[in-house]
Write a protein that binds this ligand. Structure first.
Ligand code: NAD
Ligand code: MN
Length: 597
């Protein structure tokens, strides 16, 4: 990459990103955070495709030469093998923003080995306290210190990156978990024994994330894995590589030891595939589409790796006749158009009860028509570009299918403007369950409205999908609310709101929307495993050293045997099918009406 002037280790390209973000922060202070539920901020957030899309204006403004962005491996910024790069495009114009190193299979291997080096290595060594069973700097660090590093990172994320209150919350929440990951002591039936469990980090984890909320998805994945003491290779989407690289830089600054967190931008078929099937990984965590999720699961079966999957959705929004009409219209509108419909939990199928249907459709069309499409830097824009041309093509293909299959087009349906990846706010009504626009995940600014009669009917229809990520219910009746929140088969159900999420509340899919849970204590189950010890007699602990009261060979043998048992080493506790229900507290009506994060 000589022509770009940067050297592998001087961090020059990354400090360019650094400067760009710092400047950006000054340019658009409000878009960088502000009160989470503040309406202005919401509007602006929903107008911006991804943090990357905000870079070009900064660059133009300051004429910054952001030439090349590298891989983060073992604490160093490096070129990809063969100096391979790809172009990161500005979604507003379709023009090149920056060249980014494109991780190859060799780079994946180097990153995994770097992570492995910092890894819990479990020698059979009873002379040390549990933490020191691990060789590497991260799991070996006391949990309290690890927690401090994570809090430092939280502060850096809040002060130096952009628009990321949710990401910061994840680092803070899980930073507090480091020293609260506890095992249990278990009274056993056999005389002369006691037993306890150690919750040990699962090891090197490969994490693969999509483009639709690039920095937030990185936060969801990294925070719990770091808290558990795992080491990580994070593969980020080729459409949105920059914010995660910036996060990696902040992690080093916060004191995450080199090699603990490695970040690889790259293509799914090259870097993603090499990572998901790498034999040295102990676990794969994936967020993305259901089709790719299936492949990841297949790949992981080669080495019996535990996998967690956060996949696609086709979430129903059910608006009952007794709902606060205006609040429901606005809520359902944001449920879909937030982030241009590129949200896994978006309200993709909107079921409206027959008594209010016509009026609801009329008001929804009006709202959709009033969206102001434009440059996300423009304060007045409420809808920015999609992420890529590929996404535009996919969305427009569904629009054509909708028309062909006889749905009524309320507004939109075409490209917007003559450059960039914009699509008009689009609305279909009188949609039938078996039309493609109702069956598939469109992932774009296309609202799909269906009519229903009874609650039993809508529960059946809402669940007639392979997906089960989320759902929302709009009603003022507690009976209807209970029937629907329990009836809808999905991992998250909102009542009279949408999109609200929290680091403390489990999130994940039923059915083909995935396997496992993110957030809350639940996710830590996936990044730790219970090592079981059974010792005769008591465990003596003195001066930080831990040894057996009776040096019984049997106990040693039993520990060793269990360690090697593939079931114990590899078993990932089965996640319960947790459902999270968000219910609003009694606030003023105005606040209650559309609280969108
Ligand atoms: P995608 O499945 O195409 O890609 C996701 C990631 O996987 C990317 O980093 C991609 O490069 C990588 N990848 C692609 N092919 C691969 C392969 N063969 N092996 C390994 N990795 C591979 O999804 P996308 O288009 O980036 O994102 C949109 C999808 O993500 C939607 O379906 C959306 O619902 C889903 N999503 C789900 C959640 C959730 O929490 N459930 C959150 C956000 C997005
Ligand atoms: Mn981009």
């Amino acid at each position: 990459m000589g022509q770009h002037g940067g050297k592998a280790q001087d961090g020059q390209s990354s400090s360019n990103v650094n400067r760009a973000y710092d400047v950006l922060k000054k340019l658009t202070p409000k878009a960088c955070g502000g009160p989470r539920l503040e309406e202005q901020a919401c509007r602006r957030r929903s107008a911006s495709a991804c943090p990357d899309s905000q870079l070009p204006a900064t660059l133009t403004a300051l004429n910054l030469a952001l030439a090349f962005v590298q891989l983060l491996i073992d604490g160093k910024w490096e070129d990809a093998a063969g100096s391979k790069t790809f172009e990161d495009l500005d979604p507003r114009t379709g023009e090149k923003l920056v060249d980014v190193a494109e991780a190859q299979a060799e780079d994946v291997d180097r990153a995994v080995r770097a992570a492995k080096k910092c890894l819990p290595y479990f020698p059979f060594n009873l002379g040390y306290p549990p933490q020191a069973y691990d060789d590497g700097p991260w799991p070996r660090m006391t949990a309290e210190k690890r927690s401090r590093v994570m809090f430092r990172l939280t502060d850096l994320v809040e002060s130096k990156t952009i628009d990321v209150p949710g990401t910061a919350q994840h680092f803070r929440y899980f930073g507090g978990f480091c020293d609260k990951i506890e095992g249990s002591t278990i009274p056993v039936a056999q005389e002369g024994f006691t037993a306890y469990t150690l919750r040990e980090p699962i090891g090197v984890v490969g994490q693969i994330i999509p483009w639709n909320f690039p920095i937030l998805m990185a936060g969801w994945k990294l925070a719990p894995a770091l808290a558990a003491g795992c080491t990580i290779v994070l593969k980020v989407s080729q459409y949105t590589p920059l914010s995660a690289l910036r996060l990696g830089e902040l992690a080093l600054e916060a004191g995450v030891p080199p090699g603990v967190l490695n970040i690889l931008p790259g293509k799914g078929s090259v870097c993603g595939d090499a990572l998901a099937t790498h034999p040295l990984l102990d676990k794969v965590a994936f967020t993305g589409s259901t089709d790719v999720g299936r492949r990841i699961m297949e790949g992981a079966s080669q080495h019996i790796k535990p996998v967690t999957l956060e996949l696609g959705g086709n979430s129903p929004v059910v608006v009952c006749g007794d709902a606060d009409l205006e609040a429901a219209v606005r809520g359902a509108h944001e449920a879909l158009f937030f982030n241009m419909g590129q949200a896994c939990e978006c309200g993709a199928r909107l079921f409206v009860q027959e008594g209010i249907y016509d009026e609801f459709v009329r008001r929804s069309i009006e709202l959709a028509k009033n969206r102001k499409v434009g440059d996300p830097f423009d304060e007045t824009s409420t809808q920015g570009p999609l992420v890529s041309q590929k996404q535009v093509d996919k969305v427009l293909k569904y629009v054509e299918l909708g028309k062909k299959e006889g749905a009524k087009l309320g507004c939109g349906g075409g490209r917007w403007g003559d450059q960039g990846f914009y699509v008009e706010p689009t609305l279909f009504y009188d949609v039938e369950d078996d039309m493609a626009i109702a069956r598939d995940e469109i992932f774009g600014p296309v609202q799909v409205i269906l009519k229903f009669g009874t609650i039993d009917e809508v529960i059946r229809r809402a669940n007639a999908t392979e997906y089960g990520l989320a759902g929302a219910v709009w009603t003022q009746s507690i009976d209807t609310m209970q029937a629907l929140t329990r009836g809808i088969k999905a991992g998250t159900v909102w009542v009279n709101t949408h999109h609200v999420m929290d680091a403390a509340v489990p999130f994940g899919g039923y059915k083909s929307s995935g396997y496992g849970r993110e957030h809350g204590g639940a996710v830590l189950e996936h990044y730790t495993q219970a090592g079981r010890c059974a010792y005769p007699g008591m465990l003596l602990v003195s001066k930080g050293r831990c040894r057996l009261a009776t040096q019984d060979q049997r106990s040693a043998a039993s520990y060793k045997q269990q360690e090697q048992s593939p079931m114990l080493r590899h078993s990932c506790p089965l996640p319960l099918q947790t459902k999270s229900v968000y219910v609003p507290l009694p606030k003023s009506k105005e606040q209650r009406s559309w609280v969108i994060m």
